[in-house]
Write a protein that binds this ligand. Structure first.
Ligand SMILES: Nc1ncnc2c1ncn2[C@@H]1O[C@H](COP(=O)(O)OP(=O)(O)O)[C@@H](O)[C@H]1O
Ligand SMILES: O=C(O)[C@@H](O)C(=O)COP(=O)(O)O
Length: 425
């Protein structure tokens, strides 16, 4: 098998979002958790999305893991590798988008790398290098309050320049609108000046199609699912991949108890939890108790177990920006985040031991901690619940057949939890 497209995702929800986009654009796709073993037998696929949990770790580690993933993908024949980042460019001045991009660029010898987090389907657009989330610039969106990487600058040329060793250029919308040839010329002009990467504007899917045509001629790109869409459509339109219809099935029903876990503190997730309160029992965890020890996870499991036979339950640590800030002030941002993620992983493990085989998780880091603890090596992509969120069928899971939904904090409508459970039978 020779891969048409290799992808390295910096978190697990982002990986399933991308795998969903590629599948719907006609690429047969699998999502692996971590770098697969060299001898992993894969089904016939066009694309592999390697999920890393590298968005919020130390930059040097993110670089070494991403380089190893890149090596694996190129070893399987991938002629192009997409480094999948968040559509809200989640990162800090210490990284990790810039350092990983620089390292992958050096490894493959790329001239100038095209970078865009645009994903119009979910309201992420880029104009003059500025990222908009819906109608507002990134720095005015709820991302300004993200617990791990608050985003305070919407100008991505500046943001990436602070993280990267190379100069960052811009390919503006006027150029993109003129078509692939104009983008090629602009990119060549930037590369000739020694500029190693360029933020490229995109407002509509047609812009991403133009970008995808040019990016696919190169070795490396950086972007969110919109870049994946552009690349996938380019691979199909140029005949490099024969389009496969996405399955409308998630396979056989797994049945049994279902549960939801929420660690995202995004505005979207807070609203989804409020709506779920009307439909299912919801337990709000106490972050102070979590940081104090393992008792809170045990309390959650004692609460959930007797309820599982009656229907789905939801356990959430999610809190408002003010409450998150208070916890972080007392315990530190990373220590609080890590303790809560590990508590979520403890709870997920206990729920699976109690028979749960259908699990919805809200939050990227949270999903990473949960999936790692459940030791799930990979996923097949099923039906789409909401833009960017598919039903996933675990493959090679020790717990046997399981369905999961890994929801990016920001994605999904108000009724996301019930929408997901309706499709996870
Ligand atoms: N009540 C809380 N106080 C402080 N941090 C929290 C709280 N609840 C969750 N967190 C942490 O916030 C982070 C949320 O990140 P993540 O799960 O990636 O969500 P998102 O998808 O919205 O980015 C995690 O590290 C999580 O452990
Ligand atoms: O691109 C996106 O917005 C998502 O795919 C994504 O990466 C989400 O990250 P989290 O919000 O941390 O789940």
């Amino acid at each position: 098998m020779t891969l048409a497209l290799g992808c390295i995702a910096d978190d697990y929800t982002g990986a399933s979002d991308l795998a969903n986009t590629l599948t719907r654009a006609g690429l047969r796709t699998v999502q692996t958790i971590g770098i697969p073993a060299d001898d992993l037998a894969l089904p016939e696929v066009d694309a592999v999305v390697v999920s890393l949990k590298s968005r919020s770790i130390e930059a040097g580690l993110a670089v070494s893991r991403s380089r190893a993933a890149d090596k694996w993908l190129r070893g399987r024949g991938a002629g192009h590798v997409l480094f999948k980042i968040c559509s809200t460019f989640d990162s800090t001045d210490a990284g990790n988008i810039g350092p990983v991009m620089d390292a992958l660029r050096a490894d493959c010898g790329e001239g100038a790398v095209l970078v865009t987090p645009a994903f119009p389907e979910t309201g992420r657009t880029v104009y003059q290098g500025n990222l908009f989330v819906g109608a507002v610039p990134l720095n005015e969106s709820p991302l300004k309050d993200h617990p791990l990487n608050p985003m305070h600058d919407s100008n991505l040329v500046r943001v990436l320049a602070r993280q990267s060793r190379t100069q960052i250029g811009l390919v503006d919308l006027a150029t993109v609108t003129r078509g692939a040839e104009a983008v090629r010329a602009r990119l060549a002009e930037l590369a000739a000046k020694g500029i190693g990467a360029a933020i490229i504007d995109a407002v509509f899917d047609r812009d991403l199609e133009t970008i995808g045509l040019v990016a696919a001629e190169h070795l490396l790109s950086v972007g969110a699912s919109g870049m994946g869409l552009g690349l996938a459509r380019a691979l199909v339109s140029t005949g490099k991949v024969k389009s496969a219809p996405p399955s409308s099935e998630t396979g056989a029903a797994v049945g049994g108890p279902a549960a939801c876990l929420a660690g995202s503190c995004s505005q979207a997730t807070l609203q989804q939890i409020a709506v779920a309160e009307r439909i299912m029992p919801v337990l709000h965890l106490d972050p102070e108790q979590i940081v104090a020890g393992a008792g809170e996870a045990q309390r959650a499991l004692d609460w959930a177990r007797p309820r599982l036979a009656e229907g789905p339950v939801l356990i959430a640590s999610s809190a408002t920006p003010e409450a998150v800030a208070a916890v972080q002030a007392r315990h530190g941002r990373d220590a609080a985040g890590h303790a809560i993620e590990q508590a979520m992983a403890d709870i997920a493990e206990g729920l699976v031991q109690a028979g749960v085989r259908r699990l919805v998780v809200a939050g990227g880091e949270t999903s990473g901690a949960v999936v790692d603890r459940l030791r799930i090596p990979g996923f097949l992509v099923g039906v789409e619940i909401a833009a960017g969120v598919p039903v996933l069928r675990a493959v090679g899971s020790e717990a046997g057949d399981m369905l999961l939904a890994l929801k990016s904090g920001n994605f999904g409508g108000a009724e996301f939890f019930t929408d997901a459970l309706r499709l996870m039978r």
